[in-house]
Design a protein around this ligand. Structure first.
Ligand code: PHE
Length: 457
């Protein structure tokens, strides 16, 4: 068992920062703004908040419970907690989700490297909004370049995984995360002082309720799960490294708060600029990559800003890719009794193959679709909108109906040493509200609710 070999976080601060490092990433700064953009703005944000609070928080806490209680990898925990049952399917779902997420996440992470490179070579200077747009489409749709960057990023993740996450990442997170915050805030200020910035703020904060439909709700739920890294065992794995007296409730609140804050700051940084430069908020995955270089161009020393920003984005992505990679590596290592480096190599190669296809699906393989989605979009859809919510739902059902409440309470209160004022509310949400809400959202998206309504009418 690799329990002893696994990283243990050095301190409570380490616990919070590593978990925030896992949660905060491209999901907040790249995916959140473009999802908000294509789903109509503030109405999406509102549902996103509701999902974070009523689904995200209970699921996160429940994952912390499972992880710290059994101190195993995502698939292994259910063998300890529910031996001889099918509950370990939750873990397998998580392992596959890790592969699939990395299959497109590594590609976008690679894009950050391209932009770092461009900032260094000075080629981001003096371009118009259209030029940024064209350049991005040309770059992301080309064959070799994006794949090379993807390869490089997977290589970086691989090296860290093989040599152990250890203090390197914990220490890097301690420096990088606060710097990321600072840069975000400075860029928010720059963005809201651009001409017509208020249009962007209105888009982000003034809800138009007519925009809400089943697909917006599913997207908001998917975004909440993706951003908080829940439903796929990442937080189970991380919480198995938590120090014994970690306050699980407080940690869940802190991580959720910081993750949501970063997403909102990213929104404030992007949307005023989007409206100011006349870019469509519905641009999709390229949104951040076109908007931000534009903002930087408005600043003195624009290149330096680009450089700092994309380095930080890359680092935020790296702390997430490591956590994703670790889920799959730990599983291969333990389940197949492989040495860790071989397990990591298989995972890296698997991601690379998926990454090649998802990168090519931005260009020459664009026409090959699965359910009308390109391979890149398919990996994103199947994970964020299906596998993570499904995993979260099963986690809640398992703990809600199979775990003794006393055991649950003892773990979440550190054997009664920290109070849990809303324990019953939490249990109610975890047991009933979260599974039912997730189930309904699925049914609604599949169109089944409309069908039932039609049948009844
Ligand atoms: N939450 C990460 C982000 O926002 C992505 C992620 C998802 C990481 C699931 C781990 C598990 O970028």
């Amino acid at each position: 068992m690799s329990t002893e070999k696994r990283v243990t976080f050095g301190s409570k601060l380490g616990v919070v920062l590593a978990t925030v490092g896992c949660a905060v990433g491209l999901g907040n700064i790249w995916r959140f703004p473009y999802m908000t953009g294509i789903n109509g703005g503030a109405a999406f944000l509102l549902i996103y908040f509701i999902c974070i609070l009523f689904l995200g928080l209970p699921v996160m806490l429940t994952e912390f419970f499972i992880g710290r209680k059994s101190r195993r990898n995502a698939a292994g925990v259910f063998k300890v907690m529910a031996p001889g049952t099918k509950w370990s399917i939750i873990g397998y779902n998580g392992v596959f989700a890790a592969f699939f997420i990395l299959g497109f996440y590594a590609v976008v992470s690679g894009w950050t490297l391209e932009y770092i490179f461009q900032a260094l070579s000075g080629s981001l200077n003096g371009k118009s909004a259209e030029e940024f747009q064209q350049d991005f489409t040309l770059f992301s749709g080309s064959i070799i370049r994006p794949i090379l960057w993807t390869f490089l990023f997977i290589g970086m993740t691989h090296i860290i995984i093989v040599s152990g996450v250890k203090k390197g990442i914990e220490r890097a997170s301690k420096i990088m995360m606060p710097v990321l915050f600072l840069i975000l805030i400075i860029l928010c200020v720059r963005s809201v002082t651009l001409p017509n910035a208020h249009l962007g703020l209105d888009f982000l904060f003034k809800p138009d309720f007519s925009k809400i439909n089943s697909s917006v709700i599913l997207s908001a739920m998917g975004q909440a799960f993706f951003s908080l890294s829940i439903g796929m065992g990442c937080l189970i794995t991380y919480s198995s490294y938590f120090v014994k007296d970690t306050n699980l409730q407080k940690t869940a609140l802190q991580v959720t708060f910081l993750d949501t804050l970063v997403a909102i700051l990213a929104g404030i940084m992007i949307f005023p600029a989007v409206f100011s430069f006349g870019i469509e908020p519905t641009a999709g995955p390229e949104l951040v990559f076109i908007t931000l270089p534009n903002v930087f161009n408005q600043l003195p020393l624009g290149n330096i800003w680009s450089l700092i920003f994309f380095i930080l984005l890359g680092v935020a992505a790296l702390t997430s890719t490591i956590s994703l990679h670790e889920v799959a590596t730990a599983y291969m290592h333990e389940e197949y009794k492989m040495i860790r480096s071989r397990a990591a190599l298989i995972v890296s190669l698997g991601i690379l193959i998926l990454g090649i296809f998802s990168s090519l699906s931005m260009g020459i393989l664009k026409e090959y679709t699965i359910f009308g989605l390109t391979f890149f979009e398919f990996l994103d859809y199947i994970t964020a909108k299906v596998m993570l919510p499904l995993g979260g739902m099963l986690i809640c059902i398992y703990v809600g109906f199979r775990v003794d409440r006393k055991i649950l309470k003892a773990e979440l209160t550190n054997e009664g040493t920290v109070p849990f004022y809303f324990f019953n509310t939490y249990v109610f949400f975890m047991k009933y509200i979260a599974p039912i809400a997730i189930g309904l959202i699925f049914l609604n998206e599949l169109g089944l609710i409309q069908k039932i309504q039609e049948l009844v009418a």
